[in-house]
Design a protein around this ligand. Structure first.
Ligand code: SF4
Length: 513
């Protein structure tokens, strides 16, 4: 009876926008998402949500959703059965593989997909197709992992509240990671010294004790390192390799007054945390920031380390699941005509010439610019239709719960299994938890995630929430200090995607921006 109002139900899940990992409760009426409210018991956000978490919860449902497989016939998409779509994809892929080899195939996966979905997509690419071209368009080309061992934050967000100095580099924090921004604001109000180093003015400058807008060159971080070294700080040979060449590379660097001031505050503090945005700081800049933390001895302790803010809800999980290739290498192969078949799970890319592909398969929620160029489009789902886990920028693994049914009847992980099984893979996972068991067995830092049924757990699951307390993540246990040449400190462009663009359109429509 349509006149009887539906009961409102409520399901706890995780925000799908940025990598802070705020907890939210989605209210539904029937299969309709009606509201997003904060989870007051959340240990991540303490019951706060930014505008995206609060109002962007149903962006994935907006517009015309893809509800069935589509195949391009005579230049137009036609709805087809799963069997027809998958048979076509498998045959065409096998033909490409037999003519050019499996290296002519590539698989990309979104960092908004869950760990379980990314794990399956990577398995599909690496093991079933046999290609090492498994990547994300949002993948990064090196950074702090070259110095420390892990491409991950060493410390947690809450430690910002009780450190002594925060060095915030290349971050528009209230725009990109607002709830961490609020923690930094609270820390500054409590007396934690805040230093911002940005190419632009940002809200955080208003709370800062010192703000620097340096020339866009890694030289500025080198200046700070040099000043730290001149103050007498040097790492022991037991803790770090590569100090001599690093010091040598700093010989001709002239230390500015602002770099000296930063170095003084940073070295005088017993505890200090560097926070930077990986989407805005170059790989060389990130390496130097890691060098700085190691040289000054501000790593491997509670309230002392590096927090690396990644862009999307599961950018950390992407790395953890072994998708570590940056897009540039894949693009070079594509432009050289070496890649002939590509599977894109949930990403929309602009500016890439995909016309040389013989086969493009895209899974997405909408007919994005990329999906429009595909031969086959498979329906994808939004976070509200998904179960599994996301890993935030503080290495916190949290559980998403499916709030509404998948629009096409299949969730993303089920579609990836269908695709893989069309190649004879016989993957038999029956739920996200079953995939977690495989993740737990394959990925040492995730060992035990299934048993740890708590709402939230940091990796390494049975280890300390602070990384590098005993050793760095290299065979010899030492940090590997890097020397970098001249180059920019900040990136010229940052990635946005379909979800973010839809949200911006929504804000414009509501005349909020
Ligand atoms: Fe979502 Fe990030 Fe905002 Fe938290 S800070 S509500 S995770 S967009």
């Amino acid at each position: 009876d349509k006149s009887v109002p539906l009961e409102t139900a409520e399901t706890s899940t995780i925000c799908s926008y940025c990598s802070v990992g705020c907890n939210l409760k989605l209210k539904t009426k029937g299969e309709l998402l009606v509201k997003s409210v904060p989870d007051k018991e959340s240990s991540v956000d303490k019951g706060l949500l930014c505008v995206k978490g609060r109002f962007g919860f149903n962006m994935g449902q907006k517009g015309t959703r893809i509800t069935a497989p589509l195949m391009k016939k005579n230049g137009e998409f036609k709805e087809v059965s799963w069997d027809e779509a998958l048979l076509f994809v498998a045959k065409k892929t096998q033909s490409i593989s037999s003519r050019y080899g499996s290296k002519a195939l590539a698989v990309s996966v979104s960092d908004r997909y869950t760990n379980e979905e990314i794990y399956l997509a990577a398995k599909f690419g690496k093991q079933i197709l046999g290609t090492d071209q498994v990547f994300s368009f949002n993948g990064f080309d090196g950074g702090i992992e070259d110095v420390l061992g892990y491409d991950a934050s060493s410390n947690t967000f809450d430690e910002l509240l009780s450190t002594e100095v925060i060095l915030l580099v290349g971050s528009d924090i209230m725009h990109d990671h607002p709830i961490v921004g609020l923690k930094i604001k609270e820390a500054a109000a409590k007396g934690v010294k805040l230093i911002t180093v940005n190419p632009f003015a940002s809200l955080a400058d208003e709370w800062a004790d010192q703000k620097v807008c340096p020339a866009d060159s890694v030289s500025f971080i080198k200046e700070v390192i040099k000043a730290v070294v001149e103050s007498g700080r040097i790492p022991s040979d037991n803790s770090a390799a590569g100090f001599a060449p690093l010091r040598e590379s700093l010989e001709n660097i002239e230390v500015s007054g602002s770099a000296k001031e930063i170095a003084e505050a940073y070295t005088k503090a017993k505890r200090a945390i560097i926070v930077f945005d990986q989407n805005r700081v170059t790989a060389d800049g990130a390496k130097l920031l890691a060098d700085l933390a190691v040289v000054a001895g501000h790593i491997g302790k509670a309230r002392s380390g590096i927090i690396q803010l990644k862009p999307k809800a599961n950018s950390q999980g992407l790395v953890d699941m072994g998708v570590t290739k940056g897009a540039q290498e894949i693009r070079t192969n594509l432009d050289a005509g070496l890649t002939k078949g590509m599977f894109i799970f949930g990403e929309d890319i602009g500016g890439w010439d995909l016309s040389t592909l013989e086969l493009l398969v895209v899974q997405d929620t909408h007919l994005t610019e990329t999906a429009l160029t595909a031969d086959v489009v498979l329906p994808g789902v939004s976070f509200a239709e998904s179960s599994g886990t996301f890993t935030s920028s503080e290495r916190r693994i949290q559980r998403l719960n499916q709030v509404i049914p998948a629009i096409s009847g299949l969730t993303n992980w089920e579609v990836i299994i269908e695709v893989a099984n069309a190649f004879g893979a016989n993957l038999a996972y029956c739920c996200p938890e079953c995939i977690e068991e495989a993740i737990s067995a394959d990925i040492p830092e995730y060992k035990g995630i299934v048993q740890g049924e708590e709402k939230t757990v940091f990796w390494p699951v049975h280890g300390s929430p602070v990384l590098y307390g005993e050793k760095f993540h290299f065979a010899d246990g030492k940090a590997c200090l890097h020397t970098v040449g001249e180059g920019p400190l900040f990136k010229a462009t940052t990635h946005t995607d379909h979800l973010e663009n839809t949200f911006v359109d929504f804000l414009k429509e509501k005349k909020i921006v």
